[in-house]
Ligand binder design. Structure first.
Ligand SMILES: Nc1ncnc2c1ncn2[C@@H]1O[C@H](COP(=O)(O)OP(=O)(O)OP(=O)(O)O)[C@@H](O)[C@H]1O
Ligand SMILES: [Mg+2]
Length: 492
């Protein structure tokens, strides 16, 4: 917070001390790749406990350092915190987030440095969750912003690890190849990579073996339920079918060390296993038809089998390049996303004490599917437990309002995803979209106007569901810009 003096129309930010200016210059140089690496800024927190006015000083200005200076005859002193001032003069105050221990992301509209870290924002009570949604028109800078945030959070002292769980344009591959230790998993028939959505993952050391086994079992059953439901266009699973999957999972777990979709499929069809006798032949036949589509289809080579890549859990950036599937139908993409989510969750379940930023590019393609929405909602709900921050990137907020029937679980979960993302980054929106966004997120007039007129590269950050608003331009070095930019296809 900063101390200010003057009337609302004549606000003077009084903390532009020499140190502050030096930090700002240093921050700008670091953002442009010049000068020494930026140290975390020490932003002075003074809270609302402004010093009392000395006796006899009826009028005056509050100078840098908190001292009362010579009387000013014309303007009554107005004391406030910059958080409150932000309501009067949006985007001008406060400059910066006030997060002392967070990496520099770029510049805010006042020219001040803007720092952010989802965990630090939570620790400081600015947000109630670590999750982030980013949306706005194509080409405005959503991915650039995610890349700037991701790469700033990776180095010490933050050491956050980043997993891009869907990259349909393959645009993170160059970033993962550029960053030392980055890894790319390219998915699709013919790429040779197998990811097992039923992977147990590493054991959570905080759990007893029995508890751990139960947790893995429940996660596998849920994954199977979701995969089957997606394969049959959202038609929900019946009780006998769920019972049959439960039995197949138990029997496969008893006979094989590696539980895979193909083995579940084989167990269901195995007469000796007797699942049909117990749960009904029809239930088993329906499940076999659905799972057979996956196991025997083009995605079988990708998701049916033991994971054959070693996921370096300490890799700073792991990206799952799904560009090969770009022209597949929506159901195929949804299954692929569900399977990758299963695999990412197996990494998170180990709870290895590592904070991870999990990025979903083109989140809208997931929103049409109720099971995918339920999967994302589950990660958001458990983000504190898994020590992760889910960052979903999509084009339009109306993506989140057009799917599902009014008041359906699907629609409510979509709204839940928005409310669980306590940091919202909004890039320029069309006039129609801006109206929806303003209503859904309860934007004030200045914010509603801003989102229609933002220029490329600038986004409105609403932290704490609108408690604080900043207009921010993420800054990257010249080299990073070459690696991150997506202009090749746009410019023709
Ligand atoms: N902060 C920035 N500074 C400078 N240029 C930027 C910035 N952000 C974006 N740009 C420019 O805009 C282009 C598009 O950015 P980006 O790929 O992030 O858009 P997007 O919103 O993710 O688009 P899409 O919705 O199509 O994925 C970049 O290649 C770059 O040239
Ligand atoms: Mg993008």
């Amino acid at each position: 917070m900063k101390r200010v003096s003057g009337r609302a129309s004549r606000v003077v930010l009084a903390s532009d001390s020499t140190t502050g200016r030096r930090q700002l210059i240093q921050a700008r140089k670091a953002a442009e790749g010049r000068g020494s690496p930026l140290r975390p800024a020490s932003i002075r927190e003074v809270g609302d406990d402004l010093p009392a006015r000395p006796a006899g000083a009826k009028r005056g200005v509050l100078r840098s350092g908190g001292f009362w200076g010579p009387a000013s005859p014309r303007f009554p002193v107005h004391e406030t915190s910059t958080a409150r001032l932000g309501g009067l003069i949006p985007f001008c105050a406060p400059s910066g987030t006030g997060l002392g221990f967070a990496p520099l992301i770029g510049q805010d509209i006042t020219g001040g440095m803007f720092q952010y870290d989802p965990w630090e924002a939570y620790r400081q009570g600015l947000t109630s969750s670590h999750n982030i949604v980013v949306f706005g028109l194509p080409g405005q800078g959503k991915s650039m912003c995610a890349k700037a945030l991701a790469t700033r959070l990776m180095p010490p002292p933050w050491n956050r690890r980043v997993i891009v769980m869907s990259d349909p344009k393959g645009e993170w591959t160059s970033a993962a190849e550029w960053i030392a230790g980055g890894q790319v998993l390219k998915l699709g028939a013919g790429t040779g990579i197998v990811l097992n959505p039923l992977d147990a993952g590493a054991r959570d050391r905080q759990l007893e073996e029995g508890e751990w086994f139960d947790q893995v079992f429940a996660a596998r059953l849920e994954r199977l339920r979701a995969v089957v439901s997606i394969l049959r266009n959202g038609r929900p699973i019946t009780d006998p079918e769920l019972g049959a999957l439960d039995l197949a999972l138990k029997q496969t777990g008893r006979t094989s060390s590696e539980v895979t979709l193909g083995r579940i499929y084989a167990t269901l069809r195995d007469d000796d296993a007797g699942i049909g006798r117990e749960m009904g032949v029809e239930a088993v036949r329906n499940l076999s038809i659905s799972l057979g589509l996956l196991v025997n289809g083009p995605l079988g080579s990708v998701f049916d089998g033991a994971t054959n890549v070693t996921m370096r859990v300490d890799a700073p950036l792991t990206t799952v390049d799904t560009s090969v599937l770009a022209y597949s139908d929506e159901a195929t993409k949804a299954i692929a996303s569900e399977c990758v989510t299963g695999w990412v969750t197996s990494v998170l379940r180990a709870r290895d004490g590592q904070a991870r930023l999990i990025i979903g590019e083109e989140g809208w393609s997931d929103f049409s599917n109720p099971d995918r929405v339920a999967g994302l909602d589950a990660i958001m709900r458990l983000s504190g437990h898994y020590m992760c921050s889910l960052m979903l990137i999509f084009h339009e907020m109306s993506d989140a309002t057009q799917f599902g029937e009014a008041n359906s679980a699907h629609r409510n979960r979509l709204r839940g995803i928005l409310s669980k993302a306590d940091t919202q980054i909004i890039y320029r929106c069309s006039a129609m979209e801006a109206a929806t966004v303003s209503e859904l997120l309860d934007l004030n007039t200045a914010e509603s106007t801003a989102i229609r007129s933002l220029t490329q590269g600038w986004g409105l950050w609403r932290i704490g569901g609108g408690e604080r608003s900043h207009i921010v331009n993420p800054r990257v070095t010249a080299h990073a810009y070459q690696v991150f930019n997506t202009d090749a296809g746009r410019r023709g």
